[in-house]
Design a binder for this molecule. Structure first.
Ligand code: ADP
Ligand code: MG
Length: 265
């Protein structure tokens, strides 16, 4: 394995994510109404909330797939999508945004793998596209990461030949290939048959214990209790309450949190 591949495998320093007073609206529809959130290095934050409460939008703002109307996000102190220009914030170029996004892993509900690429090349694609590794180096890295998610024997398969749980594990390996300082998960198990949920949660748990900064939107309350350092409950685009699972899940202070938990538990 080349020195560059080995370097790509080494742990990346876990990032701090700061969300400052983020507002997002579509026309008259106010989706995020002043979100402030700090995720410290290595912390596992689980975001809970009813459907339509703004959870996906929040993750998409962090990854700059959406631009907030007000507020901003920074990762390790670096503003995402914008830079300071005197008193104002000025948008970064598309290229700079792509570079930033390349340091943030994103795992989607529906896997979003490239259907025409093998599992190996799905994982190897980003390090090659960003010029970080050449193809053989990236494929070495991909083999290693696929081994880590238990798919060493599937490198030559195409996504359609895999179960949903396997596809999602490929998607996690693909996120890891970016050497991200933080990985965002948007309901990573909600498209899976129930018997496939456990294998994906096990991989995420493995990442959680290895010190990666994780932000996970999920309705898996038992999983949240097990791995979250902090649970954040969102409703109507606002954080209603947050704290350790022992508080938010077991002793919720707000009626809306209690109501939500009574429906999902
Ligand atoms: P959640 O992930 O918590 O279910 P979302 O963040 O997906 O919620 O959506 C929050 C609200 O924003 C929903 O009412 C949704 O319909 C609306 N919304 C999301 N994306 C858009 C968009 N691109 N255009 C208009 N409305 C949107
Ligand atoms: Mg969502």
């Amino acid at each position: 394995m080349s020195a560059k591949t080995l370097e790509a495998l080494a742990g990346v320093e876990a990032a701090t994510v700061e969300v400052h007073d983020v507002h997002k609206w579509y026309g008259a529809h106010r989706v995020l109404n002043g979100i402030d959130l700090t995720v410290r290095p290595g912390e596992v934050t689980v975001i809970l909330g009813p459907s339509g409460s703004g959870k996906s939008t929040l993750l998409r703002v962090v990854n700059h797939l959406e631009k907030p109307e007000i507020g901003h996000v920074s990762i390790n102190g670096e503003l995402i999508g914008v830079k300071r220009h005197g008193e104002r914030l000025k948008e970064l170029s598309e290229r700079a945004i792509l570079t930033q996004r390349g340091r943030i892993g994103f795992v989607f509900q529906n896997f979003n793998l490239f259907p025409h690429l093998t599992v190996l090349d799905n994982v190897a694609a980003a390090p090659v596209a960003t010029g970080r590794l050449n193809k053989p180096e990236a494929q070495d890295l991909a083999r290693e990461l696929l081994g880590r998610v238990g798919l060493a024997d599937k490198t030559g398969a195409y996504p359609r030949q895999l179960s949903g749980g396997q596809q999602q594990r490929v998607a996690i390996a693909r996120a890891l290939a970016l050497r991200p300082g933080v990985i965002l998960f948007d309901e990573p198990t909600s498209a899976l048959d129930p018997e496939l949920v456990g294998e994906v949660l096990a991989v995420i748990k493995d990442l959680a214990t290895s010190g990666t900064t994780l932000v996970i939107v999920t309705h898996e309350i038992g999983f949240a209790r097990e791995i979250a350092d902090r649970v954040v409950f969102i409703d109507g685009g606002r954080i209603v309450e947050q704290g350790p699972p022992s508080e938010v899940l077991d002793k919720p202070q707000h009626e809306r949190t209690r109501d939500f938990l009574s429906k999902v538990l």
